[in-house]
Design a protein around this ligand. Sequence first.
Ligand code: XMP
Length: 512
Amino acid sequence: SILIVDFGSQVTQLIARRVREAGVYSEIAPFTTAEAAFARMAPKGVILSGSPASVLDEGSPRIPQAILDSGVPIMGICYGQQVLMQQLGGNVTLGESGEFGHAVIEVTDDCVLFDGVWKTGENHTVWMSHGDKVSALAPGFRPVAVSPGSPIAVVADDARKYYATQFHMEVAHTPDGAKLIANFARHVCGLTGDWTMAEFRAAKVAEIRTQVGSGRVICGLSGGVDSAVAAVLIHEAIGEQLTCVFVDHGLMRTGEAEQVVSLFRNSYNIPLVHVNAEDTFLAGLAGETDPEKKRKFIGGAFIDLFEEEARKVGGADFLAQGTLYPDVIESVSFTGGPSVTIKSHHNVGGLPERMNMQLVEPLRELFKDEVRALGMELGLPQAFVGRHPFPGPGLAIRIPGEVTKERCDILRKADAIYLEEIRAAGLYDTIWQAFAVLLPVRSVGVMGDGRTYDNVLALRAVTSTDGMTAEAFQFPGDFLPRVATRIVNEVKGINRVTYDYTSKPPGTIEWE
Ligand code: XMP
């Protein structure tokens, strides 16, 4: 295994993901508890993360001495490089100006990290993000790559098996970064790369049993993939100690709520309380047009209804949630304080405080595609696991302006046609998310001999790897006109269809 020492970088989880992709088990430990984690895990390698801190600040994080004394291979990234240099006898000085963003490095020497990836003399793009500079290498190190801003973009000490990069190799902006991490895991640490989702499953099952003991767990299903995968995994771990509650707000797509209910009750035989609360939600949304107020109402009503059901089943000691890593970083900044609220996501926060229960969140370190792989591993049907992400507040945030039953029904019909065409064209799995948005705008049209004055629909489809950034999907030329024609002909209430080309950032994926 590999231990990742977290110095507080926003992208530490990406390091873990890259290590998993290389087929190697890893755990992340904050620097404060890294020594204990190191002793417990006896890892074959250690990776040091970046950090918002400066090694020059008093009290800034350090590598536990026991790790340096152990003789285990170490790779430092960004702050990890600086702190490694400083603790081993090098020197770090305040950068006059930092390097941020794309940089081109030149490979100046052979290095095991570059095996099969980079050759001496080549130039490669990497992602830099640092202020301070290593001004003197620690004894034993040699530079193996340089950048215009730095003579030590990558340094190596082969005798001790210590390596360090100034750039972030874990982010997608360093195109070859994943391969460098895999080389560290396999060629430096000698790990075989045969770790799989099956082992993740087994490890999580054991972890859930330890955490929960003989306690009772209640899990809120949203109807989506994440909470369903979490529930099935937890059920595997603790069986009848788990109760699932599906608060159905009636703001789902055509047929999707029914699929979840049937999956749990019929395929998995997991006890499920299905609360049909469409009327409550529509009544509460009546007259509301502000996006955040809509989100807050739905989140709040969801919690109320969930709490009521939890009381009915006799309460629980733990609350299970299908929180994923991107939910965690978009909601909380690395300092633990709140970052700017772009949108109030309704799957994180709120519930745990109110219900005073401990959380069970087995998917917290995973990215969406990894959750899908875990779902397949657990035997969930591909058609379910491969479903596009769907927001907790459902269609309410795809109907800017007031949400009514009538508008939900119009949107559901149009959305179903759009998705049917996407599936028929074989494009569903290449798109991250596709959906329709019913705009609070009416336009004039002509149908037959008559004038129409009806709603405008926007179609959206994006590609993404984690929902944090996204690009508009480019459909083949005849696709959108065909869908537009079908929707206007088949859905009463819509007479115009547009396509949204905005990427994220500056847009967001959902409209509200
Ligand atoms: P945005 O619109 O913020 O969405 O770019 C990013 C991803 O998150 C989904 N989303 C949500 N998921 N609860 C969720 O579980 C929410 O409240 C929520 N709001 C947005 C969105 O569909 C996209 O995949």
